[in-house]
Design a protein around this ligand. Structure first.
Ligand code: NAD
Length: 500
């Protein structure tokens, strides 16, 4: 395990490699690492939120008029730079979040993928032409750049969520102000430096991307500024409850990507080895700190004992430790508060009649930090703490007798992000896909690990937003419906006669 001094050296050299001036005057934020639980160093200061929005707003006037495929060329260059610096950026993700190397590299790959997608998108911002009911008229819808997009991101995807928003927003002709998590300033500085370099090389207007480091106050200043056309906020449902109404109060647009309480159903026809492997990754991967982490398992009563014993054996075998080490599958929790929240949830589940089958205990890996073994908890019913998102590796196991009951249980929480069913029964799979009330629903695939091609997001208390692939780009543009009259005479819609 690396010492704090070694992490400091590694982080500084990664920042220099990405083009960040590590000798710049520092601000109030101090970078830290969950690997040691200690502070690393104060990070360079960034502009005030007000100044950043002013610059992004000014840059929008120029950027919106740059042809979309030329905007796409900037995103293409960003994707190339991300490819060249994949390992370095992944190192910062591991230092600040504790992700194992393979997942940190996967997160950067996701950035490269969305850049590819957005480059293609820059030539496909299609509107529609529809038949007019009037002779000599043409009716069309055209998509225009929206304005300044404010991006607020969570700690657990410190680079990918920024790229989902920024690559698409830039291709759409918007400028971006980014307020990352206060827990991941180094990742943010690295990303911003690469984009700045790409923008310089391609002669993009100055100010199209602004980074503001800070906590909730900085986020609130972004949320309340009427010059910010869209606030794309990723984080807890608590945060979304504050942000959504404030943006709505000024008639701004928001795109909310909030907490999940994701469930998987295991049916009698399931292929057990596919199910067990997928569930272990979804529940314990990223130490249970994904919005899409599998938190509830709804197993047919006939299979429940067998599934529980297979999962317990797999949880017990999970290599926990240094995320830089090849073979480690579970890294640390992000903070001591996360560890305490995990303990509180396990205690509440036990008090409500649940049985902790395995895990939950602190793991001593010979370093500081906050390490816990993923926990498997059998609960008698879906109530209390099972209804909440505890951002830690706890998998609650429930039993069902028929599929109606399983789907009702699945839908019986306020969150609606991601879902899975393991079945080889076609009718069961189709019923589940039709009735699961989440934004993402999978068959024989776990709840976590989405690809960028589809729109990503969830329903209900997950916020209703969609970002990343498919037609999520529409949230970053405004649509105008145009009627063009080339008939030389006046014809009113619906046959209205108003001749003067
Ligand atoms: P968090 O809500 O504590 O913070 C997220 C971001 O919001 C941070 O940048 C924070 O500074 C900012 N923020 C907090 N309160 C704010 C306010 N009142 N006004 C403006 N900004 C504010 O979340 P976290 O602990 O960083 O991340 C974990 C949470 O994020 C989990 O609930 C997880 O499910 C969720 N998440 C959701 C998605 C998704 O796509 N649905 C993706 C990743 C994480």
């Amino acid at each position: 395990m690396k010492t704090n001094a070694e992490l400091i050296d590694l982080a500084r050299s990664a920042l220099r490699d990405l083009g960040v001036d590590t000798d710049a005057p520092t601000g109030h934020l101090i970078a830290r690492s969950p690997l040691t639980g200690e502070d690393l160093f104060p990070v360079p200061a960034t502009p005030s939120m007000r100044d950043a929005i002013t610059k992004a707003d000014a840059a929008f006037d120029e950027w919106r008029n740059v042809p979309a495929p030329v905007r796409g060329a900037l995103v293409k260059r960003l994707g190339e730079l991300l490819g060249e610096h994949k390992q370095t950026l992944a190192t910062l993700v591991t230092i600040e979040v504790g992700k194992i190397t393979s997942e940190a590299l996967g997160e950067v790959q996701e950035m490269i993928d969305i850049c590819d997608f957005a480059v293609g998108l820059s030539r496909q911002l299609y509107g529609k032409t529809m038949p007019s009911e009037r002779p000599g008229h043409r009716l069309q819808e055209v998509w225009h750049p929206l304005g300044v997009v404010g991006v607020i991101s969570a700690f657990n995807f410190p680079v990918a969520v920024w790229s989902w928003n920024t690559a698409v927003a830039l291709a759409c002709g918007d400028t971006v102000v980014w307020k990352p998590s206060e827990l991941t300033p180094l990742c943010a500085l690295g990303c911003a430096a690469l984009l700045e370099r790409a923008a310089r090389e391609l002669g993009a207007p100055e100010g199209i991307h602004q980074l503001v480091l800070g906590g909730r106050d900085a986020g609130a200043a972004l949320v309340d500024d009427p010059r910010v056309a869209l606030v794309s906020a990723t984080g807890s449902t608590r945060m979304g409850r504050e942000v959504g109404p404030r943006v709505a109060a000024r008639f701004g647009r928001s795109l909310l990507e909030l907490g999940g309480n994701n469930a998987t159903i295991v049916t009698p026809s399931a292929d057990m080895s596919v199910a067990i492997n997928s569930i272990v990754f979804a529940a314990a991967g990223t130490a249970g700190q994904r919005c899409t982490s599998n938190r509830r398992l709804i197993v047919h009563r006939y299979l429940a004992d067998d599934v529980v014993s297979k999962l317990a054996a797999a949880f017990d075998r999970l290599p926990i430790g240094d995320p830089f080490e090849q073979g480690t599958l579970v890294g640390p929790l992000v903070s001591e508060a996360s560890y305490e929240a995990m303990q509180a949830a396990l205690k509440a589940a036990s008090e409500a009649g649940g049985e902790v089958i395995c895990g939950g205990e602190r793991v001593d890996v010979g370093a500081g930090g906050h390490w816990a073994r993923p926990a498997l908890v059998r609960v008698p019913e879906q109530s209390g703490v099972v209804l909440e998102e505890t951002f830690a590796p706890i998998l609650y196991v429930l039993s069902y007798d028929d599929l109606d009951e399983a789907i009702a249980m699945h839908n019986g929480v306020v969150q609606g992000l991601s879902a899975g069913i393991f079945t080889n029964d076609h009718a069961e799979a189709e019923r589940f896909l039709a009735e699961a009330d989440t934004g993402i629903a999978n068959v024989n695939v776990g709840t976590s690990g989405a690809e960028i091609g589809g729109a990503f997001g969830g329903e209900k208390a997950t916020g209703g937003g969609r970002e990343s692939g498919s037609d999520a780009w529409r949230s970053y543009m405004r649509r105008a419906t145009n009627t063009i009259n080339y008939s030389g005479s006046v014809a009113l819609a619906q046959g209205v006669d108003f001749s003067v």
